[in-house]
Design a protein around this ligand. Structure first.
Ligand SMILES: *Cc1c(COP(=O)(O)O)cnc(C)c1O
Length: 436
């Protein structure tokens, strides 16, 4: 019987059989976390990078807010435990260790898209910037928001929103970012930590260094990494970052987003100002002059939706109990294992791995490419395997380390094999009208 351990050659004695998967499960110190989650019955859930599952902890945190609302009503803002007035700052402090920040540099508020608006807008104003560098594999909302911020400043996005082009359609290299910086005058570099389609983990440290060398600030959309990949934003010198909490952090549909502002930018005027970003000590003096909070709290806008923030309070208990380093280690092993299975069991059937094989360049999911990716995803759903299809040819498989085990991954690989081997996907309609 193999005795797998995490490490460089963790899967050295890899074998594509079920027993090997079970042996990996036996050595998984995080296998107990699954019991804290509601895993949909009869489903194998490989979609935790789109919407993480509900934990008992998250549910209990919502119940606490509802109970306080019933008992205390308006007094909940000050007397609830924890009080609602500082809820965003408090959750920010709890998120800070996951991204390598000081407590004052992180706050919970708004949505990721809104946070891109306010932080990119702030940096454009503060540093009299005109040009933002993104890439052509980005999640679309990032471009929509940045283009809108440019237009509001009278800048044409066709000229001022520059895109680094991917060389292989899957990844963005730091070298390509460097070339763009050497050939254009850029004020803000805004990149994902992990690309939502291929799952590539970009080199945050190198990109930040390059941005600074070229006189630009570096911001990151960390929607696909916070909660599964640890970050060290302070050490690296990242300028700002945004992320969702409903993906790997399991805080529920539409839960409030996180944002990070390096303390060197404290005091900059938020582009989207609102009273919830006011200095807390004097917020209720109701002055018409806006005095922003002295820290990241300044980028909150309106009253914190406490009901949409509460589940994060619970779900962070799970993350902290497990430890982000242990979660990352298990996640890397899960994706490594899935890639090995894809090589051995799927590559002869038209599947290819579109995710970097270097674990240091990989986030929490694996992109399996196949010409029939759309119909394969449909067939998987009917077999109880929940994945995402991403056009044109990617099946995203996200084995969340919070609630997915190795044997489950093994069964998913066998389903992928069966669907392609029997051409069972042919029972499904091809994608129509561009609706995904
Ligand atoms: C999921 C995701 C978003 C979503 O933003 P919302 O404002 O929460 O809708 C933004 N950026 C990236 C990279 C994402 O993966």
């Amino acid at each position: 019987m193999p005795t797998p351990t995490a490490g460089d050659d963790a899967l050295a004695d890899f074998s594509p059989d079920r027993e090997y998967a079970r042996a990996l499960d036996d050595t998984d110190s995080l296998s107990g976390l699954r019991e804290r989650f509601s895993v949909p019955e009869d489903e194998r859930y490989m979609d935790g990078n789109s919407l993480g599952l509900c934990s008992a902890d998250a549910e209990a945190a919502i119940d606490r807010v509802v109970a306080a609302w019933k008992d205390l009503a308006i007094r909940g803002w000050t007397d609830a435990d924890p009080d609602w007035f500082h809820y965003g700052e408090r959750l920010g402090a709890r998120l800070a260790p996951l991204v390598g920040a000081q407590e004052s540099e992180v706050v919970v508020g708004n949505s990721t898209t809104v946070n891109i608006h306010t932080l990119v807008g702030t940096m454009l104003d503060e540093y009299e910037g005109t040009t933002v560098l993104v890439n052509d594999l980005d999640f679309p909302t990032d471009h929509y928001a940045i283009a809108a911020q440019l237009r509001q400043r009278g800048l044409d996005p066709d000229e001022h929103l520059l895109r680094v082009e991917s060389e292989d359609g899957r990844t963005i290299t730091a070298d390509a970012v460097e070339v763009a910086l050497e050939t254009h005058d850029v004020d803000i570099v805004f990149m994902p930590t992990v690309l939502y389609r291929s799952g590539q983990l970009l080199d945050v440290a190198r990109i930040t260094e390059l941005a600074h060398e070229h006189g630009a600030v570096a911001g990151f959309d960390a929607a696909h990494s916070v909660g599964v990949v640890p970050h060290s934003f302070d050490d690296v010198g990242v300028d700002f970052a945004v992320w969702c909490t409903y993906k790997y952090l399991n805080a529920g549909p539409g839960a409030l987003a996180g944002l990070y502002v390096n303390e060197r930018h404290f005091g900059a005027e938020p582009a989207l100002a609102g009273w919830w970003g006011h200095d807390k000590a004097t917020q209720f003096e109701m002055n018409h002059e806006f005095t922003p909070a002295a820290d990241a709290g300044a980028w909150q806008i309106g009253t914190i939706p406490v009901l949409a923030a509460a589940p994060l309070d619970g779900s962070l208990d799970v993350t902290h109990d497990a430890g982000i380093e242990a979660l990352r280690e298990k996640s890397t092993l899960l994706t490594e294992y899935l890639i090995r299975l894809a090589d051995e069991r799927l590559s002869d059937l038209g599947y290819a791995v579109g995710t970097p094989r270097d674990p240091d360049r990989r986030g929490g999911h694996v992109a399996l490419e196949h010409d029939e990716a759309y119909r394969i995803s449909q067939a998987l759903r009917d077999r109880g395997v929940v994945v995402d299809y991403r056009p044109p040819n990617v099946v995203r498989v996200a084995p969340s380390p919070y609630y997915v085990g190795f044997e489950e991954v093994w069964t998913v690989a066998e389903d992928l094999r069966a669907i392609a081997a029997d051409r069972r996907f042919e029972h499904y309609e091809p994608q129509s009208g561009g609706v995904t």
